[in-house]
Design a protein around this ligand. Structure first.
Ligand code: FES
Length: 171
């Protein structure tokens, strides 16, 4: 599994404000949403408490994500900011109660996520795709196509377009 890579999470228009989404990226369960301020947030979707999938939770005021199981609340950085059961025992939230945040870049009409080493991801951004948001191009959006194959075969096939075009032209 290739983790040190930028992956397209979706088109910007597919991430409206205030709606939780579940994704599987590079084998990782991801919960994502667009905050009230317009930023896209992506966290590890396995709740730090009992690993319940956070995409089944709900968003509260202030962009807090509440787990549907026992109510742990996380802020957009992944920090746990509330544990309902602690009100009766202690006010201390364990520092280990946090979700891994993933770097996100939104550009040219796409939302990109980095699933690997954060230091490596910060050095170079995702590829530019001006044709998606540019007015001089037309972009057709289709429904996802399910293919019973390893996704890397499809990526390798698409990388080969230039080579095929050159061979056809005899260069
Ligand atoms: S599993 Fe999420 S709060 Fe318990």
């Amino acid at each position: 599994m290739i983790r040190n890579a930028w992956y397209a999470l979706g088109f910007s228009a597919e991430l409206p404000t205030g709606a939780l989404q579940g994704h599987q990226v590079a084998g990782l369960p991801i919960v994502a949403w667009r905050t009230e301020g317009g930023d896209v947030v992506a966290l590890d979707a396995r709740c730090a408490h009992k690993r319940f999938p956070l995409w089944d939770g709900r968003l509260l005021d202030g962009d807090r994500l509440e787990c549907a199981y026992h109510g742990f609340c996380y802020d957009p950085t992944g920090r746990c900011v509330a544990i309902p059961a602690l009100a009766e025992r202690s006010q201390r939230i364990p520092t280990t109660a946090r979700q891994r945040p993933f770097p996100i870049v939104e550009q040219d009409g796409l939302v990109w996520i980095w699933t690997g080493d954060p230091e490596r991801g910060a050095k170079g951004g995702p590829p530019r795709t001006p044709e998606i948001a540019g007015t001089g191009w037309e972009t057709l959006v289709t429904e996802p196509i399910e293919v019973a194959a390893n996704y890397r075969l499809l990526i390798e096939n698409l990388f080969d377009l230039r080579g095929r075009a050159d061979r056809k032209m005899g260069s």
